[in-house]
Design a protein around this ligand. Structure first.
Ligand code: S3P
Length: 229
């Protein structure tokens, strides 16, 4: 006889409901005048998401853009369109240094021409010094920081990442974390990307961005900063 289907536990449903209620509450907090204030404070700058593969840059970025009523751009998608090849194909055919040069050129163009927008970058982009300087000049950087188990769980779902194609993903990710986290830490804002619905990370990101823009407008005891456009 087939065993009976296991119904989702009451406890987990209650937890989900609590999560939804909390989210609805926080979504309500973003008033139209706050949206306008964010847009004005941004000027032509981009909100640039950085972080390791699997941190949720694209998923969170898309939702964040919708919430702020801004266009969303994914740097890897733009690179693929410019090259007429996938990222994996570019790596395989021409190697990583070639990809990095193209990546830095494409991001420079997107920052110059695309703002205001939410721009999700590939995990290695921020490691390039020129790209970091460009982001500083034309954007506000947000590091979606995640712990290894969260990242591994997410990257294992897809096989489109050349850096993970050869070698043990666990080791590759650990090495990248060691190398990149100190640099990612230079970002203007850091948000913890956890294993919760993306909408919650979007809410955290929006709140952190508002706080940052407010501080930028009135730094303690100093003059307001320019918009750096
Ligand atoms: C890379 C991350 C990828 C992509 C390429 C290299 C990296 O983007 O740009 O495979 O160096 O971390 P995601 O971070 O969007 O997966």
């Amino acid at each position: 006889m087939r065993p009976p289907r296991i119904a989702p536990g009451v406890a987990s449903e209650r937890r989900l409901d609590k999560g939804r209620a909390r989210l609805a509450e926080r979504k309500k907090d973003l008033k139209p005048e706050q949206l306008t204030a964010i847009r004005e404070a941004l000027g032509a700058r981009s909100i640039v998401l950085i972080g390791l593969m699997g941190a949720g840059k694209t998923a969170v970025g898309r939702r964040l853009a919708a919430r702020l009523d801004l266009p969303f751009t994914d740097a890897d998608t733009e690179i693929e369109a410019a090259a007429g090849q996938t990222v994996s194909e570019i790596f395989a055919e021409y190697g990583e240094p070639y990809f990095r040069k193209g990546e830095s050129r494409v991001i420079a163009r997107l920052l110059l021409e695309g703002g205001p927008q939410v721009l999700a970058t590939g995990g290695g982009a921020y490691m390039d010094e020129a790209t970091r300087a460009n982001i500083k000049g034309h954007g506000i950087s947000i590091w979606l920081r995640a712990e290894l188990p969260v990242l591994l769980h997410r990257v294992r779902r897809r096989d489109n990442r050349p850096l993970l194609a050869s070698g043990d993903p666990d080791k590759v990710m650990r090495d990248l974390m060691k190398k990149r986290y100190p640099i990612y830490a230079e970002a203007d804002i850091t948000v913890e990307s956890r294993d919760v619905p993306h909408e919650l990370i979007v809410a955290d990101t929006t709140e952190a961005l508002i706080r940052w823009l407010e501080r930028e407008a009135k730094p303690a005891g100093g003059k307001a900063r320019g918009k750096g456009e």
